[in-house]
Design a protein around this ligand. Structure first.
Ligand SMILES: *[C@@H]1O[C@H](CO)[C@@H](O)[C@H](O)[C@H]1NC(C)=O
Ligand SMILES: *[C@@H]1O[C@H](CO)[C@@H](O)[C@H](O)[C@H]1NC(C)=O
Ligand SMILES: *[C@@H]1O[C@H](CO)[C@@H](O)[C@H](O)[C@H]1NC(C)=O
Ligand SMILES: *[C@@H]1O[C@H](CO)[C@@H](O)[C@H](O)[C@H]1NC(C)=O
Ligand SMILES: *[C@@H]1O[C@H](CO)[C@@H](O)[C@H](O)[C@H]1NC(C)=O
Length: 435
């Protein structure tokens, strides 16, 4: 297998000019459709099953043209920790904490205000107004504060008559609300799905896309219709990300369920549009260190938005360690932008799981995830992750921050604790494979 010529050997037949032209143009065409197979090493790295493991048939096929979301969005959102208990002080202190903890430097730049920022009624001009008690200085003042720190401000509304906490929604007033958000300097809109009048999402979400565009301000558009109408199939042309599931909660059961639901839509993600399995619960106290580490690893691998959902003003050392793991963040932000996915589930109840995804530079990210309550040995075979069996690779552990071997061939195994995961960066040495 290792000696087989790679498919781009058409270059070798370039004696016939026409054939060469055909060849070059078909290579560049397929490179556009399948940017993940551009290796020109002497020996093939990837098995022929690579494209069925990592189906990217819808990668980049339709995208919102606002130029955003080349990689998944990173930042913070108020809901998971504070719910309705927000005010301008907490938003500003969060911006301060994103800077002082170093999180902002790692890419967490969106400061997103969720539900409850607005008053329960519109004003006489039918405009949304910030709650007088909790945002007395107004949203523009918060935006100015956040911008002065080099961060971006997100806000929340609803594609219905009311938000989930029964503040005014934006349906039928999309243009007016988008213009108001733009005038405040808003950079991001999360657009929810409550009180939606039974109108299909495909009819309710595009008007806000067009309204945001018409403002002339570049605003990230985060669609939150809870995965009800299979948004992966259509929302790429509407928003920069789309929720694929119900709301997450701070439990192992919720996190694992949502990971599996989001996995189903992997082939639809790509630069410009991401599947969104909801905000992170890391640091909120309902899961163990190992479970949060698995949560963060799988979200990173799935190219999910990395939106912190804890109180960043008051994080434990363990929470900081997880959220600031630059090697894991780099997997999430890899420019190739192909969503990693579950490639194998074996053992009792399918608990021994291998999740993997291609990265730029012919590298792979591999997670060994133990979904059961007993430590177990999990193996990733080259067959499962799409490598030629004779390929030698180096294996770097992204939680231990060290190279485990520079010489793995055909498979890699590790003992993984209950509910824990190991996260590896796999770099092949194609020209040094076993003969
Ligand atoms: C609005 O959409 C057009 C084309 O669809 C695009 O070229 C332009 O950059 C968009 N503007 C904003 C502010 O998103
Ligand atoms: C602002 O919200 C935070 C978090 O809920 C709370 O601790 C604080 O007391 C509030 N401050 C004011 C002035 O309401
Ligand atoms: C959390 O999510 C799980 C899985 O969907 C669900 O069974 C559970 O009831 C939820 N818990 C709360 C408190 O909402
Ligand atoms: C900080 O978090 C800890 C839990 O990790 C909690 O017990 C404490 O009350 C929090 N402090 C503040 C000021 O919120
Ligand atoms: C698995 O773990 C449970 C406790 O979590 C323990 O009671 C049981 O003996 C373990 N089973 C095996 C096969 O180790």
């Amino acid at each position: 297998m290792a000696k087989q010529k790679q498919s781009s050997s058409c270059f070798l037949n370039s004696a016939i000019l026409l054939f060469t032209i055909f060849c070059v143009s078909s290579v560049s065409f397929s490179a556009r459709l399948h940017p993940i197979l551009q290796s020109f090493h002497q020996k093939p790295i990837f098995r022929s099953n690579f494209h069925s493991i990592y189906d990217t048939s819808n990668y980049g096929t339709f995208q919102l043209s606002n130029g955003l979301a080349k990689t998944p969005q990173m930042g913070w959102n108020s809901w998971n920790f504070f719910a309705c208990n927000i005010n301008e002080t907490v938003i500003k202190e969060t911006a301060d904490a994103l800077i002082s903890t170093g999180l902002a430097d790692l890419g967490y730049v969106y400061v997103n205000i969720d539900d409850c920022w607005s008053s329960v009624t519109r004003n006489l001009k039918a405009q949304l107004v910030p709650d007088e008690k909790t945002f007395p200085s107004g949203i523009k003042a918060v935006a100015d504060y956040v911008h002065a720190k080099g961060l971006k401000l997100g806000i929340y509304s609803d594609a219905g008559a009311f938000t989930c906490q029964v503040r005014p929604g934006s349906i039928f007033l999309e243009k007016e609300d988008a213009a108001l958000f733009a005038s405040w300097g808003i950079d991001y809109l999360k657009y929810d799905n409550c009180y939606n009048l039974g109108i299909p999402p495909k009819d309710r979400y595009p008007p806000m896309r067009d309204a945001l565009n018409a403002t002339g301000r570049t605003i990230f558009y985060s669609i939150c219709e809870w995965g009800e109408d299979d948004p992966a199939l259509w929302a790429g042309a509407v928003g920069n990300s789309w929720r694929t599931t119900e709301d997450i909660n701070d439990t192992w059961a919720s996190m694992t369920k949502i990971a599996d639901l989001n996995d189903k839509w992997a082939k639809y993600a790509g630069p410009g549009g991401w599947n969104d399995p909801d905000m992170l619960e890391v640091g909120n106290g309902g899961m163990t260190y190992q479970e949060y580490r698995a949560h963060f690893s799988i979200w990173a691998l799935m190219k999910a938005p990395l939106l912190i959902g804890c109180d960043v003003r008051n994080m434990t050392a363990e929470t900081i360690e997880i959220l600031t793991n630059k090697e894991v963040i780099d997997i999430n932000q890899d420019p190739l932008g192909v969503q990693g996915r579950k490639v194998s589930a074996s053992g009792p109840d399918g608990c021994n799981q291998v999740w993997a995804g291609p990265l730029s530079g012919d590298r792979l990210a591999v997670v060994l995830w133990n979904r059961c309550s007993n430590a177990t040995t999990i193996t990733a075979s080259w067959d499962q992750i799409g490598l030629e069996s004779g390929i030698r690779v180096s294996v770097r552990d992204l939680w231990q921050h060290k190279e485990l071997t520079s010489d793995a061939v055909s498979s890699f195994s590790a003992k993984v604790d209950a509910h824990d995961c190991h996260f590896y960066l796999i770099t092949p040495y194609p020209d040094h494979s076993v003969e």
